[in-house]
Design a protein around this ligand. Structure first.
Ligand code: SF4
Length: 359
């Protein structure tokens, strides 16, 4: 155990990826070792992100009424889950909602719309929304999460001022067909690649707790690592009544922490975000998760009720962490190619080839 954690910390501090077996071992550690695992992954987290916590705020532009059949989703085709259903909200309404998040300390607003993917007209609507949000909130980052993108749409979003695009891989390629039949894993990979080539900061994550095996979790996190996203949201399934996964209550707070630790070791210098289901599954252990993730969604998100924003801010302060301000860049300098040729060169040589100045 000690050897495993020493190896993982040393690799993490150098930005190196562990082996699949090492990642699997993290998931299979016992509850007796949990605090050692959290402490080890916490060292890696602090190396790259200090004690900063980035806050993100979700604005749902369009909810429900989706033609796709993702089995974990309350907005899926035929879902009987009791959620709000509405079509596109107006740019001004979205900007007002975004303002509430910004006042709560969020530095990124995530614009989410249900559906397989946007039409070109939808991209125009979202572009207007981005303009309205940026006009009212100086320095805010905007991420769009609109589903599968067709050719040219990522470029249009970038031109409209979007900073990032989110599209999750969710689960391993081997089990993707079990959770969705209307699109496949490669569709999702392609959209992340489109976003990245358009210059949008790629954000792509997973959902744990859908009945997957340890190997599937490791596979999806290594697949994510291969796509090299800047941020990785980790969702824990909320089994909504009225969806096929309504009975999948198979996570414990300890397991959720081990999953987050594994993601941190595999993606050491990447923004790891606590996303859906954190209150439901981590419960009173949420503050420990701050030692692993460096980012979270503030307050309410998507179709489920999150903690009120103030409770999150209190938790962050009580746990000895600090909210990251808009003047601070989230990612370590070697992951920011815009900072000049020196940093680009480091990135091209690959993660793990250079220690940060404070290593
Ligand atoms: S495409 Fe998105 S909104 Fe539609 S069912 Fe799948 S996850 Fe839900």
């Amino acid at each position: 155990m000690d050897d495993l954690l020493t190896t993982l910390v040393n690799k993490g501090l150098r930005g190196e990826t562990p082996t699949r077996d090492e990642a699997l071992e993290v998931l299979r550690t016992s509850d007796d070792d949990l605090l050692d695992v959290v402490a080890a992954a916490g060292k890696v987290r602090r190396q790259w992100f200090g004690r900063r916590v980035k806050l993100n705020y979700l604005v749902n532009l369009k909810s429900g009424l989706c033609p796709e059949d993702c089995s974990y989703c309350s907005q899926r085709l035929g879902s009987e889950a009791e959620i709000l259903k509405y079509t596109w909200i107006k740019p001004g309404e979205a900007a007002d909602a975004a303002g509430a998040g910004v006042r709560g300390g969020a530095k990124r607003v995530c614009l989410v719309a249900s559906g397989r993917g946007p039409t070109d007209r939808d991209v125009t609507r979202v572009s207007e929304t981005i303009a309205a949000i940026k006009e009212q909130n100086e320095g805010i980052e905007v991420c769009a999460c609109l589903g599968l993108l067709s050719d040219g749409q990522a470029d249009r979003l970038r031109e409209a001022g979007a900073d990032a695009y989110n599209h999750n891989l969710n689960t391993s390629e081997a089990t993707y067909g079990d959770i969705c039949t209307t699109h496949d894993f490669s569709d999702r990979v392609r959209t992340v690649q489109h976003a990245k080539s358009a210059g949008l900061s790629p954000c792509s994550g997973l959902i744990a707790g859908m009945g997957e095996k340890d190997e599937d979790l490791v596979d999806v996190v290594f697949a994510l690592r291969g796509l090299d996203p800047d941020s990785v949201p980790v969702n824990f399934l909320i089994p909504f009544e009225g969806t096929p996964l309504a009975k999948e209550w198979n996570l414990t707070p300890q397991r959720a922490l081990r999953i987050l630790a594994m993601v941190r070791f595999v993606c050491p210098d990447v923004e790891v975000r606590l996303a859906g289901g954190r209150e439901v599954h981590l419960r009173t252990l949420q503050p420990l998760a701050l030692h692993l993730a460096n980012s979270l969604f503030l307050g309410d998100y998507l179709t489920s009720e999150g903690q009120a924003g103030q409770a999150d801010l209190d938790m962050i302060a009580d746990a000895g962490f600090e909210v990251e301000g808009t003047g601070t860049t989230t990612l370590p300098s070697h992951r920011r190619p815009e900072e000049g040729p020196e940093h680009v060169a480091v990135r091209r040589r690959g993660a793990g080839t250079e220690l940060p100045p404070n290593a």
